[in-house]
Design a protein around this ligand. Structure first.
Ligand code: NAD
Length: 484
């Protein structure tokens, strides 16, 4: 535990304001818990509305100079932050495993992925372009320029404590916007350590603030009703996203919304069975199933279904469960007791309705918040598990006969974030990709996230994209200048 104590000692536990740690105005703190044990890791400052206003005052004060800072310089600071996070990859990985629970190998993967948004946007900072044209009537010139939207608020979930922050901080800073991050209360430590890294590499005070809080609704409402805030970028559940979209109407804020998913994972008879099983393991069990992109509904064509079910069951049953920091764990704990209850309720209801458990299907009797890796079939079509985001290590397989049926069932949801399918038929690959009503489609792949690609959903899964050359647009306004 020495390493852990030294690491925790190096993480700021105050709010991150004006380039350094600060106590909350109220003096309040709250506990961050290790989900593998239920023990308190450390207490952090609990921001209130007064602290939020202070963060916005500082963002406004620092924002003008940041917007005027040369894009090359902004890019260099982002690049230096990428280097610094990469140099401390082991610390970031362990910290995420401690506060969120995922296994260390996946935390390391998230450090690579999350840091890459800083490098990617360090490169995009110098590639913000406008355009010019002669007016068609020949009466003047049309000049289009891009400008930073201004102070931004980022609200992030607990499932990817680093990457969900860097996906917003990277483009905001590259575009010239100051940003206030409200991390999830379960996992505030990673963002606090990141803020320190940014300060160490020379980010001016006030450009990035981090305000952990147990009063998310009050703090975000206070900021969003202040006309100086110009942007809110949220990643989290669709219910909270809807509430924030409503709130954003009063000040007509720019919004980016990365919301819930209900990803179909379709396996056609002509698929490579082994590749499809590998892909399903990744799409379902990566991050303990706690991902918006997680395969929520595994739809398998009936010809291949028995073999696929048997192979996936064997893989899931062989997973070893334990604290994410123990070598040999394939699956860590679920984030908290409430989430275990939610997963258990979904499975229990499905089983009561006639579903068959092939492996797992129960909590684990040990300290912390563990649920056995599970595979079920035969869940009733109207059961909650067939339509709700599971957000846990539970695979649900059902069969289909035709391509048209698979597409219809895949699209029969209010969500439209990630989707996956496996086939060896190129025509089918093109046809099904076009027909899936999703912002993202993985073809013969179980993981699709890439900082260089636009990540985002349609329908109730959100508005806007993060990453890619498109991601920075979310933090830019378009201005038209009419010239003679
Ligand atoms: P959540 O909506 O409960 O919380 C997300 C964040 O919003 C947290 O920081 C929380 O403190 C804050 N929050 C909660 N209520 C709020 C309110 N009334 N006003 C302002 N802020 C509020 O979601 P979660 O449980 O932390 O995360 C899981 C959800 O996030 C899932 O639905 C998942 O699909 C989604 N998610 C989406 C993406 C994506 O990119 N589309 C990525 C990861 C997670």
């Amino acid at each position: 535990m020495n390493d852990v104590n030294a690491l925790l000692d190096s993480v700021p536990t105050g709010l991150w304001l004006a380039g350094g740690p600060a106590a909350a105005a109220s003096g309040a703190t709250f506990d961050v818990v290790n989900p593998a044990t239920g023990d308190v890791l450390v207490g952090v400052a609990d921001a209130g509305v007064t602290d939020a206003h202070l963060a916005l005052d500082q963002a406004v004060e620092a924002g003008a100079a940041w917007a005027a800072t040369a894009p090359r310089r902004r890019g260099e600071i982002l690049r230096a932050a990428f280097d610094a996070v990469t140099a401390r990859a082991d610390d970031f990985a362990l910290l995420m495993t401690l506060e969120m629970g995922k296994i260390l190998a996946e935390s390391r993967g998230e450090v690579t992925y999350g840091a890459e948004f800083l490098r990617w946007f360090s490169e995009e900072a110098v590639r913000v372009h406008g355009r010019t044209a002669t007016a068609p009537a020949g009466t003047g010139r049309i000049v289009v320029v891009k400008q930073p939207v201004g102070p931004a608020l980022a609200i992030t979930p607990w499932n990817f404590p680093l990457a969900m922050g860097t996906r917003k901080i990277g483009p905001a800073l590259a575009a010239g916007c100051p940003i206030i991050v409200k991390p999830a209360e379960d996992t505030p430590l990673t963002m606090l350590l990141l803020a320190k890294v940014f300060a160490d590499v020379g980010l001016p005070p006030g450009v990035l603030s981090v305000i952990p809080t147990t009063s998310a609704a009050d703090v975000s409402a206070a900021l969003m009703s202040d006309p100086r805030l110009r942007k809110v970028s949220f990643t989290g559940s669709t219910g909270v996203g809807r509430a924030l979209i409503r709130q954003s109407a009063d000040q007509v804020l720019r919004t980016s919304m990365e919301l819930g998913g209900n990803a179909p994972f379709i396996v056609f008879d002509d698929a490579d069975l082994d590749a499809a099983v590998d892909g399903a393991m990744l799409a379902k069990m990566r991050n303990g199933g706690e991902a918006c992109t997680a395969a929520n509904r595994i739809l398998v064509q009936n010809g291949i279904r028995p073999a696929f079910t048997e192979a996936l069951t064997a893989r899931i049953a062989a997973m070893s469960v334990g604290p994410g920091y123990d070598a040999g764990s394939d699956l860590g704990p679920i984030i908290n007791a409430k989430q275990v209850d939610s997963v258990a309720a979904l499975v229990d209801e499905a089983v009561a309705g006639g579903a068959t458990v092939h492996t797992g299907g129960h909590r684990l009797d040990r300290p912390g918040y563990f649920y056995a890796p599970t595979l079920i079939t035969g869940a009733p079509e109207d059961s909650r598990i067939a339509g709700d985001e599971i957000f846990g290590p539970v695979a649900v397989i059902s069969g289909f006969d035709t391509e048209a049926e698979a597409i219809a069932r895949a699209n029969d949801t209010e969500y439209g974030l990630a989707s996956y399918f496996y086939t060896r038929d190129l025509d089918r690959a093109m046809r099904v990709s076009a027909a899936l009503e999703y912002g993202m489609v993985g073809v013969n792949r179980g993981v699709i996230s890439d900082p260089a690609a636009p990540f985002g959903g349609i329908k109730s899964s959100g508005l806007g994209v993060e990453g890619g050359s498109e991601g920075i647009e979310e933090y830019l306004n378009t201005k038209y200048i009419a010239l003679t």
